[in-house]
Every structure is written in C-alpha cells, then in structure tokens.
Design a binder for this molecule. Structure first.
Ligand SMILES: [Zn+2]
Ligand SMILES: [Zn+2]
Length: 310
C-alpha cells in the first residue's frame, strides 16, 4: 500500500499526529529531500516528523540509486508508524532515550563494491533496527525471496517484524505476561545462535505446520513472536484500509478480537481471489490455525492494555 497515495485518499490515515490534533504544523524538513516526506511536526524543537526522526543512518546519497532506496524505505516506515500510532503504542526514538527506536539503512558489498562490509543483516538490537538498503530494489528482493524460500517478503514486513522484537521488552512487562508468553511461544532463553544455525541448515521448501505462521517463526520463540507481531500489524492495517474503502464494515480495534479476526479471513480470501483474477500470486498466502490465532489474540490483549493506559 502506497503511503503517499493513502495521504490523499484515505481520511486521516496519512496524517501525522500533529495534523490530527490540529496543532500549528511545520512541514517535515524532509519534504523537499529525496524522500518527499508528506508528514509534519508540531514542535518547534523538531524539524523532522516522528518517522523521519527515527532514522539514524542512510546510505550515501551521492549515488542516485540510494536516493530512490531511501525514499522507498521511508515510505514503508511511515506506513509502519501509522499503525503504531493507531494502536497507541509508545514510541520513543533514540534522541529521547537510550535504547529508543533507531533505524539504520546500510549497504554492503553485494550492492556496492566500495563498501567494506560483506553482509548487512536485517535485525534488531537494543532499539536499533538495521536493514540492507538494497532490499528497496525489486531485483534484490526477488533474489532474496528465492534464496530464503519466502513467498512474502517486503520492506514493510521487515519493519513490522523487527519492531516486534523492540516491543517484546515493552509489552511483556511482568512475570505473569512472561509466563503466558512462554506457554504460547516457548522458552525464549533457549540458545538463540544455535537455534538460528539449526534453522538455516534445514531445507526451506514445503513447510507445513499448524503451530507457526511462517517457517521462520519455527526457528526460535522470539522469532515466532516477531513473525506473529508482524502479522498482527499486517491484519490491523489492511483491515483499516478495507474499512476506509468500503470493503469491510469492521473497525479492527473497535470490534472485539473474535469478530475482526473472522472478518480478516473473509477480507484475505477476497484479496487473494482479486489477485488471482489479475494473474498475481496470493496477497496473503498464509494459513491461520487455532494455535496461531491464540498467539495473535495474546498480542491483541497486550496491545489493548497499553491503549487503555493512554
Ligand atoms: Zn518526515
Ligand atoms: Zn527476528
């Protein structure tokens, strides 16, 4: 979904929080940069909007390819932020607090021979989300899809997954929630490095499991969490869009979980059928089992707890 497009066609969805509250607005200083940001800020202390502020590193802008990559990456990031704001999740960036959200878009040798680094790995560490800027290139993304055996791979999907790691430490904030997490996802204290090595050494095709939303989710409980979190965000955002275009009468966060979850099954089926009519692959090629449903319900309960506090 094109965030720039939404800003003009979907009421409120493309607006920054300042715009929604009718405050004195200043256009984001990136409005006239390569990324053409269409958000604003209400604070005279901030020259950049809430999304742009969270970017700490961008690839060398002397290369025109990187200007395009940065634009594609920021557009997906604003889409991510829209959902985080709509869910009333706390957002603190690295300027505000140590370990706050920071995005670093890097290059490696595969896309730029002048770079020392062999491989930029997409990941999260203590609030910092790192992404290979080349993921913004259709060709690179396609090769990665093939190599990793992933039918669905997008920049927005990366952001939603990685931010799930960030929010794990925020929404699971007491022992009771932690024990509930372990019951559903498993014990996150199992060795992460070993689990990932095991995962990368196994064949990636024809994965079928009632326990996990994706094959990667089976690698470690924290990856299962991040994959499930990403799907929760996919569903909330896509259902909101379906409602705003008259394709669904449901409001994800107003109706209770059971209602909007079954509405999602209907909307996903519609999207897949529409794509098939256009000769495209399924928009949502995933099976939501009862076990996966329980994981998404748990995430819904945790996020609701934060929204109520706000
Ligand atoms: Zn901006
Ligand atoms: Zn992960």
């Amino acid at each position: 979904m094109d965030n720039q497009f939404i800003a003009h066609t979907k009421p409120l969805a493309g607006e920054s929080p300042a715009q929604k509250n009718n405050m004195l607005l200043h256009p984001c200083s990136n409005r006239y940069s390569a990324i053409k940001c269409n958000w604003s800020t209400s604070s005279s202390d901030d020259t950049q909007c809430i999304s742009c502020k969270s970017t700490r590193m961008i690839p060398d802008q002397n290369d025109p390819k990187n200007a395009h990559r940065w634009m594609v990456l920021e557009r997906a990031k604003r889409q991510l932020f829209m959902t985080l704001l709509s869910l009333k999740l706390p957002i603190e960036d690295f300027h505000q607090t140590p370990g706050g959200l920071a995005f670093e878009f890097l290059e490696d040798k595969r896309s730029n021979p002048n770079i020392m680094l062999d491989h930029v790995l997409t990941g999260h560490s203590n609030g910092t989300i790192t992404l290979n800027a080349a993921e913004a290139d259709e060709g690179f993304l396609h090769v990665m899809k093939e190599q990793m055996g992933e039918t669905y791979r997008t920049i927005l999907g990366h952001f939603r997954h990685e931010v799930g790691h960030y929010y794990w430490g925020i929404v699971i904030n007491d022992d009771y929630k932690l024990s509930q997490f372990r019951e559903l996802f498993g014990d996150e204290r199992q060795d992460y490095g070993e689990a990932l090595e095991r995962y990368y050494n196994q064949p990636k095709r024809n994965f079928k499991s009632s326990q996990f939303i994706t094959q990667y989710a089976s690698s470690h409980p924290l990856e299962d969490w991040a994959e499930s979190w990403a799907h929760y965000l996919h569903i909330v955002d896509t259902l909101e869009t379906a409602v705003s275009y008259g394709l669904s009468a449901y409001e994800p966060k107003i109706n209770d979980f059971d209602n909007w979850y079954s509405e999602w099954a209907r909307v996903a089926q519609t999207m897949n059928a529409l794509n098939r009519s256009m000769g495209l692959s399924d928009a949502y090629p995933f099976i939501l089992t009862e076990i996966v449903r329980a994981k998404l319900h748990f995430i819904d309960y945790l996020i609701d707890g934060f929204a109520k506090k706000g």
